[in-house]
Write a protein that binds this ligand. Structure first.
Ligand code: NAD
Length: 296
């Protein structure tokens, strides 16, 4: 069992840290929010007054932070950066969804101090974090991947090696861009059927067994009351927030611009999600884009 420091105990990080404790690891946790720390300590983790105290004896340091600026600051800040406190030979696992450029910058700076790094963003949402069934998309060397795989197994079901540093982040934005396009397409198809007198359950069943079948239709139907246990049947509460999808689509567009890639469907989905977020839907689940196409 390993000594692990876990920084960032929000909706995702909290349950991920608890799964590491359940797997028998020694986990020292830190967050700016005292109540977030308390919840994980109540499940058997320890804590220290600063993040730097937590990482000193850790073999693995895992972070689950909102955006690139937080990851950059936590590791590389000239005043408080953990880079000055992490032991040589330790491995940093950053599971935040951020731009690949920041992941590569942090990886390079840590490598100069003899510290290994992988970017390991996740898919599977809060439900997957709680159940320990996340998918991890890992960017790092073969050796770094084999070091982190056993640790990630305590929090996830599918652990993929995407390529070198930054590749995990690229895989994550490609996946979420595709997911957004599928969600928009499924939503407009269902609304078209409804506007022409079809029953949403009947149409969903037909399309999910025909060539239009896709993940959003099969397990995350955006039309209320077609499926139980999905956000659309719970007033679009829980699940994956519109604001987070809009953030990920922004990262996808930055990635497309940097590589001069053509992503017209992703660009349209980004605009639709930005508009939807701007109309006061940012905290709802991303399947609420269904309402954008409601003729009523
Ligand atoms: P969150 O806002 O719930 O949690 C972030 C946590 O980081 C907060 O508790 C905050 O206090 C803490 N934090 C911020 N700055 C800190 C610092 N300097 N030191 C210590 N703690 C600090 O966010 P979340 O939903 O848990 O998402 C985390 C990351 O995972 C994001 O990058 C997000 O895009 C990604 N993600 C989220 C989901 C999801 O469904 N929520 C799914 C996949 C990926």
């Amino acid at each position: 069992m390993a000594n692990i420091a876990f920084i960032g105990l929000g909706n995702m990080g909290g349950p991920m840290a608890i799964n590491l404790v359940k797997a028998g690891h020694q986990v020292c946790v830190f967050d700016l929010s005292a109540s977030a720390v308390e919840q994980v300590v109540a499940q058997g983790a320890t804590t220290k007054t600063t993040a730097s105290d937590c990482v000193k004896n850790a073999e693995f340091i895992i972070s689950m932070l909102p955006a690139g600026k937080h990851v950059d600051g936590v590791y590389l800040s000239p005043e408080t950066g953990l880079i000055n406190h992490i032991a040589k030979g330790s491995v940093v696992i950053d599971s935040s969804t951020i731009d690949a450029g920041t992941s590569q910058k942090v990886a390079k700076a840590l490598a100069k101090q003899g510290i290994n790094f992988v970017d390991a963003p996740v898919s599977g949402g809060v439900g997957g974090a709680v159940a320990g069934t996340l998918s991890f998309m890992v960017g790092g060397s073969e050796q770094e991947f084999s070091q982190v795989e056993p640790i990630l197994n305590a929090m996830g079901k599918n652990i993929f090696h995407a390529g070198n540093h930054g590749a995990g982040q690229i895989a994550k934005v490609c996946n979420n861009m595709l997911l957004s396009v599928l969600m928009v397409g499924t939503s407009e198809a269902l609304q078209l059927g409804l506007a022409n007198g079809l029953d949403a359950k009947v149409l969903s069943n037909i399309m999910s067994k025909s060539s239009g079948s896709n993940w959003t239709l099969d397990v995350y139907n955006p039309c209320p009351d077609v499926m139980g246990n999905v956000p659309s049947s719970n007033d679009y509460q829980g699940g994956f927030m519109v604001d987070l999808m809009a953030k990920d689509l922004g990262l996808a567009m930055d990635t497309a611009v940097a590589s001069q890639s053509s992503t017209p469907m992703g660009a349209l989905a980004r605009s639709l999600y930005a508009m939807h977020a701007g109309s006061g839907n940012g905290a709802k689940d991303f399947s609420s884009i269904f309402n954008l196409f409601n003729k009523k």
